[in-house]
Design a protein around this ligand. Sequence first.
Ligand code: FRU
Length: 443
Amino acid sequence: MKNDFRQKLHLEPYKGWLNDPNGLSYFNGKYHVYFQFSPDSPYGKGDKCWGHFESPDMINWTFCGTVLRPDCPEDRSGVYSGCGLVFNNLLYLFYTGNVKKEGNYDYITSGREANVILVTTKDGQNMSKKRILLRNSDYPENCSCHVRDPKVWEENGKFYMVLGARTLDDKGCVLYYSSVDLENWSFEKSETRDNFGFMWECPDVIELSGKKFLSVSPQGMEHGEFSHQNVYSSGYFKGEDFIEWDYGFDFYAPQTFTAPDGRKILIGWMGIGDIPYSNPTAESGWQHCLTIPRELVLSKTGEIYQKPVSEMLLLRREKRKIDEKATVSAELPFELCGDVSENFSITSDSFSLKYGNSVFTLEFSNMEVSGGRTARRVRIDNLKNIRIFADTSSLEIYLNDGERVLSTRFYPQDTEITLNICGFSGELYRLDGINVVRGKENE
Ligand code: FRU
């Protein structure tokens, strides 16, 4: 079948542009996924708003349209990224009100405001009046105008906020604030690393089995053969190590939240700003999607493993067994899941996956299909298993139970793909899509 590139497993807008996930939460019996949304432009131009999806089960979603727009002086150039916190039967949404002044400014040390703004909602869609909590004058003196993306959490009856920032000497850092009432915030401390980029975006503090991890999306990292291969990076600190969340072409600005059963779930933007490759859906009116929600688990070695939420198992349909070697034709979307042996490889007309000398490689040979994406490599010792979610225009590849992940967009002309599989034993499932309906039509 001819591929229209409409994703079946991933949340994406009907039209316009999507970037970071925002306000992730479980509130009033529903999962809430907000996102950076430019409803008027598939290239991210025009008003930057918050769009909204909600779901009782992470399978059946409603697209609720735009719920926060730039309509006050403090957010007039964009309702930028932020988070959600459930407290006292209300959903508190904190975000950055972006202001770009008219004039001859560098927009780094002058000409820009970044305000932390709070709204609350009883239903996820109708928002209270906007309250300005922090302005540039509230940030430390060594900060440039780039301070944004509040993430708030509760700990021992007190609230904490982490913000991403760029110092005046171009170092990425985070700022921590605390509050007892969610309205009045005091600066606690900042945190940075040497040689770690000029700006840290979208920070998150993730607690897993009593251990805390700082996650950031740094801009300006030096590119390596196996690390920081993309224009901007994203990962978390484990002691002095920085472990990237994803080694594919398309991943940035993830955020986590806690499900009612205690699972820590991460959703990322399956895209990055300022990329040198292209996404042909833009010509049809929309661009970008979110990743599959991923449950975070602490491994024996103290690293964070990511695995697609178990709800994804409900989408499995016909199963085909694969034993070591096979040539199969698979209709998108599909899941391939199993154990890897010697000489593992999966090749197709559009992509190839290989493993050797402790390096896993994802490679595209047809630049029309890949939109200019070439190869991504990740070091991983002893590759034991692999799980691939292939959607109509993306691959999410989980290695060793989520020890390493690679996410990429790709645009095969046909929804049927022939796979040449070697050194792999497992199952190939045809998948049903998630169900997304349009709710309140306000676009
Ligand atoms: C990350 C980011 C955030 C900002 C938002 C604006 O992709 O640049 O730092 O809040 O996007 O859309």
